[in-house]
Design a protein. Structure first.
Length: 364
């Protein structure tokens, strides 16, 4: 397995175990860095390398950058939360924003952004607050989350909803009522350990069943399970409601076996192979193959759906791309122009030929 060295070092890091200098001496550092970077784990690996006295410049730089970026975003988040509290807007930190503090060392988990759920009815007020604090508006009102950036490194995704209309129907219906599960007397809310875990796994499932998700997600699962004693019966019941029970069980099994050094089952190995080939944000080939299976009808029907538009009422209702074209779906008369818009937008971004090749090469 190409990623054995990466898995070994991540395991050392998340378990707080000293890595073996002799084993590290035989590693290809260029290959290791490429693999770690692809899964957004360079800072994690850096911590493991340093326990063995190894200080590779690229990894040391990644480690320092991660710690400084996380600290900067946490500081910005404190200011944002203070303003939201003052304005009486409920809010709740999500995913890695919480998980990063469960790793053995601060900065070990690299962050791309901070994710925060908030009262969508107050979106305009939140926009004013973010601009007041020096954030630029990258996206607003075009999807289920608004995106803000502040130099040099602070990226915030302010979520109006946890899952977009047009994504998995069960997940959308379950999580649009998330307020009933929130805890906290003030304006800053949280979920129970079980509900946080279920959402974390649901989010992983969304990516896994689309373009794929990488090794960092497995590390997150392992770290979270180490830090929290969960009511797994409750987890099983809720996971079944939203159709992710099998995935949750398989993901938990793989995470525990992989990072605790246990023997992997055949099912573990199959799942790991898919994850290792995905990278942290998945691949276009995985996404295309998964979407062809979801939509049904083979490659030709998918190509028509993707480049021209929904080819049935069912496709239109569950169009996984609809959130990227809100005006077209709000004003139905514009739908006749959607095929041209989709194609030219894809060509302009260089995606058209990549996706065309992915459709041609899809193994479905």
């Amino acid at each position: 397995m190409e990623a054995e060295d990466l898995i070994y070092l991540v395991s050392c890091a998340v378990n707080g175990v000293k890595a073996d200098p002799e084993r590290i001496a035989g590693m290809d550092m260029d290959e290791l860095y490429e693999q770690a970077n692809r899964h957004y784990l360079t800072a994690t690996v850096a911590h493991a390398l340093e326990t063995a006295g190894v200080k590779e410049e690229r990894f040391v730089k990644a480690k320092k950058h991660s710690a400084l970026k996380n600290a900067q975003m946490d500081m910005e988040m404190s200011e944002v939360f203070a303003e939201l509290d003052a304005a009486g807007i409920w809010h709740m930190p999500l995913k890695g924003t919480i998980l990063q503090h469960m790793y053995p060392v601060y900065g070990m988990r690299q962050m791309s952004d901070h994710d925060i759920l908030f009262d969508a009815k107050r979106a305009d007020d939140v926009k004013s607050i973010m601009e007041k604090l020096g954030f630029s508006v990258e996206h607003f009102g075009t999807s289920h989350h608004d995106v803000y950036h502040k130099e040099p490194v602070s990226n915030f995704e302010m979520h109006r909803e946890l899952f977009a209309l047009g994504s998995d129907e069960k997940l959308y219906e379950y999580y649009r009522k998330i307020q009933g599960r929130m805890l906290g007397d003030g304006f800053e809310k949280q979920l129970s350990p079980e509900d946080f875990y279920i959402y974390m796994i649901a989010h992983e499932y969304k990516h896994y069943s689309a373009g794929g998700t990488g090794l960092r997600s497995l590390a997150d699962t392992y770290v979270y399970l180490k830090k929290n004693k969960l009511d797994l019966e409750y987890v099983a019941v809720e996971a079944k409601k939203i159709g992710i029970a099998d995935f949750e069980n398989a993901n938990r099994s793989l995470a525990r076996h992989l990072f605790s050094g246990d023997v992997l089952t055949d099912a573990d190995k199959d799942m790991l192979e898919y994850i290792l080939s995905s990278g942290v944000y998945g691949t276009i080939n995985h996404r295309v193959e998964n979407d062809i299976q979801k939509i049904g009808g083979g490659k030709i029907r998918y190509a028509l759906y993707r480049f021209i538009g929904p080819v049935s009422k069912r496709d239109a209702r569950y169009d996984i791309y609809a959130r990227g074209y809100p005006l077209f779906y709000k004003y139905k008369i514009l739908l006749i122009f959607l095929p041209f818009y989709r194609t030219f937008r894809a060509m302009g971004a260089g995606r058209f030929m990549r996706e065309a090749r992915a459709i041609k090469d899809a193994k479905v």
